[in-house]
Design a protein around this ligand. Sequence first.
Ligand code: C2E
Ligand code: MG
Ligand code: MG
Length: 699
Amino acid sequence: MGRPLKVVVVGDSRNRALRVAADLEQAGYAPSFSAVSSEAELAAAAGADPDLVVAWRSTPSLPAETALKVLRSTGRPVPLFVYAETYTEEEIVGLVRGGATDCLRKGDLPRLRAAVERELETRAARGRPGVLDAAAVEDRYRALIEEIPALTYVAWADENASRAYVSPQLQAMTGYTPAQWLSEPDMWVRRLHPGDRERVLRQFREACASKGRFASEYRILDHEGRVLWWRDEGRPLAGPDGSTRFMRGFVLDLTEQKLAEESLRRMRFYDQLTGLPNRVLLLNRLGRGLAEAARTGQPLALLILALDRFREIGNTLGHHNADLIVRDLAARLGDVLGTSDRVARLRGDEFGVLLPDADASVAGQMAAQTLNVLEKPFLVQELPIEISASVGMAIAPEHGAEAELLLRRADVAVQAARKLGGGASVVYSKEHEPHDPSQLALLGELRRALERNELLLHYQPKVDLKKRTVIGAEALLRWPHPRRGLIPPTEFIPLAEQTGLMRPLTRWVLHRAMGETRSFQRDGRALPVAVNVSARNLYDTEILDDVADALLTNGMAADRLQLEVTEHAVMADAGRAAAVLGGLTRRGVGVSIDDFGTGNSSLRLLRRLPVGELKIDQSFVGGMMGEGGEDAAIVRSTADLGHNLGMTVVAEGVEDQWTLDALTGLGCDSAQGFYIARPMAPGDLVRWLGQSPWRMVES
Ligand code: C2E
Ligand code: MG
Ligand code: MG
């Protein structure tokens, strides 16, 4: 005799009730029955505390869904098994979501037995302290799903991803009730922001087709048409035939986060007072505008309008009133320019205007128009206030092809305009550059030192890592200053670069380096020499004559000379640099790219340059011992790059044995650095060559 079981069977036909009884008996139970076929009968039977209720899915008078509702309304935790011949996936999901304990197929005795045992155990556990009954578990689960701050949903894997279920959070999130949301199959798609719709649907369909995860961020409109940001993640569920039938997922509302991000962005890129772009955004746009201008070959103008006597106005009228004037001016500028996205507030009293496709004459007309907006007085507490302004202009590419530089030059121009007095506009020119008097004095001294031949060269050897030989020396300029001691080249070369002094300086270095190398040769220490040339030299074809002249005068073969140019200098105008470097290599002079890794070379440009050597900047070489190994990786990949382009690779700035040993493994051919030898006066170099463990090559 099996275990007694109190069962309520929901069904119209006695046969179906008997079928359930037969299955239960065969599964080893002794069921006692009551059969019900109306909601009232079921409610009454549930009150008698049965072990379980079995409902045929498709009983016309009382379908399983209705039976579930009735049981829920009694509030009693009676398990309900649904019985049917077959199910579809959707039916199972729907029934289980409606509260069914299990969906069983007629005659599936092992499953029936397992399900009943589970329920009996749950019943036995009920009442035991600390153990939740099934209903409580269900409640908790439901609460979890329905109270977490996320929307859960089940969607059909159809064309519109129509929703089969949405959790109640929908209402708080969108203002729609779940019923409204489910009432139309394309509700979700219709509420998707048109800008995101196509992409999101594509992602949804791809996830369904590949049975992969669906993850998307998109905008969706709520009941009142407000834009919400949703993060949606779903997993496809397969039907009996293996194809995706559903997507089950959840949605997080990111709207607040996005708004916070947006307001941060606004703070970063916009001026709070006028709502105009700020300096940072103007620089961004200027950068993009310049790239476009370079592509199309069109000029671009940057105009700065600065109010005159603005600080005075703030002091006399009060800062609040000064702010009102600035706001009014911003609006007026927006009006003349037709759009305000080309205007930015740079600082207190300065506005920047970006003019694509404008040369100096167009910019001049715009300057006049912007100055016109000041003709009408500003009203401050009904008092008319007259304000004048000055305009400075810089035109790309003539005055600079980089955003920072162009902005600085427009600023130099506006300061010059200010000096001319109210209402002036000035186009940048070199003469407007302010000169630092102390720098000017230094420059004068440098010129004199050069004329009096007071400068010196020190030489730093370069060694071949494999052959352990000395293969050359780099000439480095030194200025022994009577009061300031030895001034490093990094302090005075940039100064010379801004003036006409760079050419005579380089010419001096070329002659001196070649002359001194010749004297090494007489001492039996023949060495190729490397000379650094600056950006200025590189854009000046006269360097070709200067080099040829120095070679001739000093009787030196071109292949004994190497010129070093920094990556920065080359990339500032790669086209022109390539022309000059091409001229040098055609004459047989070697060219080397110095400080490689600190500029922004493109591979395409590098390939076109006639360069035989690449010097990896000392910042990477010096950092090789550091944690993380990024610098070592950079050294290795730079060496690979150089070799792929057919260049020799030199590591600069080797300061210890460890780095020296590591370089060969990283693919470098040669090296320079304090550990091998510091830059030395010519006499010291000759002595060093005699004693060094690094051998001289015969030449
Ligand atoms: P550079 O051409 O990259 O020269 C290497 C610089 O690194 C030299 O500084 C050298 O003294 C220094 N150095 C060499 N080995 C080590 C090392 O192991 N550790 C460290 N920390 N530093 C090392 P210097 O002589 O002060 O020259 C600085 C830069 O000035 C040069 O960089 C070059 O760009 C420029 N320069 C020097 N002489 C001339 C010149 O005659 N003409 C031009 N146009 N530029 C020059
Ligand atoms: Mg160098
Ligand atoms: Mg260098």
